[in-house]
Ligand binder design. Sequence first.
Ligand SMILES: Cc1cc2nc3c(=O)[nH]c(=O)nc-3n(C[C@H](O)[C@H](O)[C@H](O)COP(=O)(O)O)c2cc1C
Ligand SMILES: O=C(O)C(=O)c1ccccc1
Length: 389
Amino acid sequence: MTQHRADFQYEIYLDGMTGAVPRLPTDLTALEEMAERRLGPGPFGYVAGSAGDGSTARANRAALERRRIVPRMLRDVAERDLSVEVLGRTLSAPLALAPVGVLSIMHPGAEPAAARAAAAQGVPFVLSSASSTPMEQVAEAMGDAERWFQLYWSKDREVTLSFLKRARAAGCSILVVTLDTPLLAWRPRDLDQAYLPFLRGVGTANHFTDPAFLAGLEKSPQDDPNAAVLRFVSLFSDPGKTWPDLAFLRENWAGPIVLKGVLHPDDARLAADAGMDGVVVSNHGGRQVAGAVAAADALPRVAAAAGDRLTVLFDSGVRTGADVFKALALGARAVLVGRPYAYGLGLDGQPGVEHVIRCLLAEFDLTLALSGHARPGTVGAGDLVEDPV
Ligand SMILES: Cc1cc2nc3c(=O)[nH]c(=O)nc-3n(C[C@H](O)[C@H](O)[C@H](O)COP(=O)(O)O)c2cc1C
Ligand SMILES: O=C(O)C(=O)c1ccccc1
C-alpha cells in the first residue's frame, strides 16, 4: 500500500489518545502564537515582522484566503503521488524550505537542525547567504539530500565568485538569487527594539569564513568585530545592479538559476531573456516593500508571462496545505515556506521543523485527494474561484 503523507493525522490522533507525546499545534497560526509566548521579543519580532505598516504581509494571507477551492468528486484518488519535477530533479512534494538567515536567533541547532529536518522529510533546503552557520557545515548535516544555495549578490566580485565556488563544492544544485533585498527595508518592529541580527554579528558566518571576504580586512573578525560587520554591511547586497549584470552569474554557475522576488510579468520576461531557468514569485513575506502586491495576486500574471520558458515557484504567506494547493492552481510548480519552519525550529529544534513539514504535507495530500486530484500536475485554474471582494 502506498504510504500517504495524510497518514500523519492518525499518528497524531493515536499519540494524543495515549497522551504519549505532547505535540506542537498542527495549526501553524497557533504555532506562531506559541512562538510569540515562548521566544524572546527580539528574535520573535524579527522573524514575525514585516516592512512598514505590515499591509503586504496581511495582503499575502488575504489573497490566498480569498481564493476558494471547488472540489471534484468520484475521481479515484486512492493512489496519490505528490512528486513534482523542478528544474531537472524530482521533488517528493511541491515544497521546499525557504532561505531564512540568522536561524541561531531561534535555536542553538540553527541551520544544521533545520537542514536535517528537510533532509529527513525529503524536501529541499535552501541555504541562505546570511546563515549563522557556514554553508559547508549546513551541507554536511544533510548527507546527500537536495540543497539549493541562496545568493545575496555581493558588491565584491571575488566574494561572489568564492560563494559560488563554495556552494558548488558543498553540493548545492540550484542557485537562488534574491533580487528584492538590495537594501534592507524599513521595519518598524526591529527599529523600535533596536534588533537587527547581523549588527550583532549573527548571519555573517559565510562571510567571516570566506577567504575573499577576509582578504579585505586588516584584522580578523575575532580581533576587530566592528570592522568585519561594517565590511559585511557594505558588501551585503548591491542596489546598483541591472539586468545585464546577470550575465556574470550565468557565466559562473553551471546549474539552474532561479531569481527570487519577481512580481512583475515584464521582469519574468527579462529573466528568461537573461538565460535564467526560473523565478520565485515572492515579496519576501511582506518584509521588503510595504504596499507591494500580494504574492498570490502577482502569481497568475507572472506564470502567464513565464509560459514554458521558466519554472515558476512561489512563496509569501503559505500557512496551510490548502495554500499549497491554491498556489499550484494559480500557476506555481512548487512553493517555499519561511516563518512557520523558523517557529518550529525555535520551539523544538529539528523535530519542530519536521512537524511543520509533516503538517503542511499531510494537509496538502488530503486537500489534493478531497478536491479530486491524485497528483499535483492536474491542479489548475479551474479548481479555484475568487470570493467577491
Ligand atoms: C527571519 C527571516 C529571514 C529571512 N532571510 C532570508 C534570506 O537570508 N534570504 C532570502 O532570500 N530570503 C530570506 N527571507 C525571506 C524568505 O526566504 C521567504 O521569502 C519568506 O519568509 C516567505 O514568506 P513566509 O515567511 O510568509 O513563508 C527571510 C525571511 C525571514 C522571516
Ligand atoms: O530578514 C530578512 O528578510 C533577510 O532577508 C535577511 C537579510 C540580512 C540578513 C539576514 C536576513
